[in-house]
Design a protein around this ligand. Structure first.
Ligand SMILES: [Zn+2]
Ligand SMILES: [Zn+2]
Length: 152
């Protein structure tokens, strides 16, 4: 998917809305983060005015993963919402900008993917105080106390 934003930079007024579902199944980077019961819903609202081009982003998705301590399945939803400014100069890039190429080409699926990767939690816990698995017998310590724990 490619959108040329040259008009947004040169016209006095420019508005464009892009809505789509991001195909995650064939993307290795995204599928390695978690599994997605449905494709993330992405919305970009682009507004240009006198050379200032802004993008309102809203991304919603559900994920399924595992607790990093006890390996219990964990599921949840993530909502990403921000406003950023399109730029073509890599020297001006910061967290509030979206860098597009010198020919004003914007790739919405790549931007959505980058934002999901950046906002995605590094790891999941089933509960803040998850006790994890016993390193000796492998039992789930949230569900009971094992013999080996009493010895230590
Ligand atoms: Zn856990
Ligand atoms: Zn044990």
């Amino acid at each position: 998917m490619r959108i040329n934003l040259k008009d947004a930079f040169i016209l006095d007024r420019y508005e464009k809305e892009v809505d789509f579902r991001l195909p995650v199944a064939e993307d290795e980077e995204l599928s390695s983060l978690a599994s997605f019961p449905e494709e993330p819903l992405v919305q970009f609202k682009i507004r240009g005015k006198y050379g200032l081009v802004l993008c309102d982003t809203v991304i919603d998705f559900k994920y399924e993963s595992f607790c990093c301590r006890c390996l219990t399945p964990v599921s949840g939803a993530l909502h990403i919402e921000n406003q950023r400014r399109f730029i073509t100069d890599p020297l001006k890039e910061d967290e509030d900008t979206i860098l597009i190429d010198p020919n004003f080409n914007f790739f919405p699926d790549e931007e959505a993917k980058n934002q999901i990767i950046m906002e995605f939690p590094d790891r999941f816990l089933c509960a803040e105080d998850c006790k994890g698995l016993c390193p000796i017998c492998g039992c789930n310590r949230n569900e009971g106390v094992c013999e080996c724990e009493e010895d230590s």
